[in-house]
Design a binder for this molecule. Sequence first.
Ligand code: KIV
Ligand code: NA
Length: 265
Amino acid sequence: IKKITVPLIQSWKAKGEKIAMLTAYDYTFAQIFDQANLDVILVGDSAANVMAGYETTLPISLDEMIYHAASVKRAVKRALVVADLPFGSYQGSKDAAFESAVKMMKQSGVEALKLEGGIEIAEKVKMLVAAGIPIMGHLGLTPQSVNQFGGYGLRAKETAEADKLKSDALTLEKAGAFAIVLEKVPASLAEEVSKSLSIPTIGIGAGNDCDGQVLVMQDMLGLNTAFLPKFVRKYSNLSEQVTTAVQSYSQDVKDGNFPNNEESY
Ligand code: KIV
Ligand code: NA
């Protein structure tokens, strides 16, 4: 097995080799994704939505994120595992960011952390990188700021916000970030940012000119029956398959057809 590392995926940018990333939150799916040769697994704070059923990512705690991240990490032999630091665990001060980052690294064993924001967190990124922790940035639609945005719409359509995003990306690169997620921004802006950086960009709803792509696993596997934004491509229909399986099992139990003799001791 060739372990995927931070320097390895960084080397792909110059070669034009794209980075494939998906979220995962538990041991079982992480093991399947790793054995399918996925490059990067993100233990996203979208766990708050898809695992816990919250409306936003804000409620999930650092300890809950550590539980998900450690579960994923135990399953993975090859992929690079990155975990989100959740809302409130790093914004307050450099000390808070350091404590949270070190706790996540020690207790989960993940290999890198992702933080939302640009210039506002640049000093923290610099400090964490100096401490030996690879940091992935996240710009554009940063869901931990949903209350400031007033919703989950497209970001950086106007010049002022696009200009800030471009300078945020350069600031994060300078602070030592090893990659940057660009979420729900115009494809032309994501292309321009990707070309302006020497570190890779990973897009979600950011067009095809990023250096990699990421999707939430429930969305791309068709496990999520709610509204899906147009940037999601559904690669499977798992919610339908699970429904059929559960219905068949229920019927077999009610009909007395499960278990049979071979399934009994
Ligand atoms: O938490 C998450 O799922 C994410 C990705 C969508 C980038 O941050
Ligand atoms: Na996230």
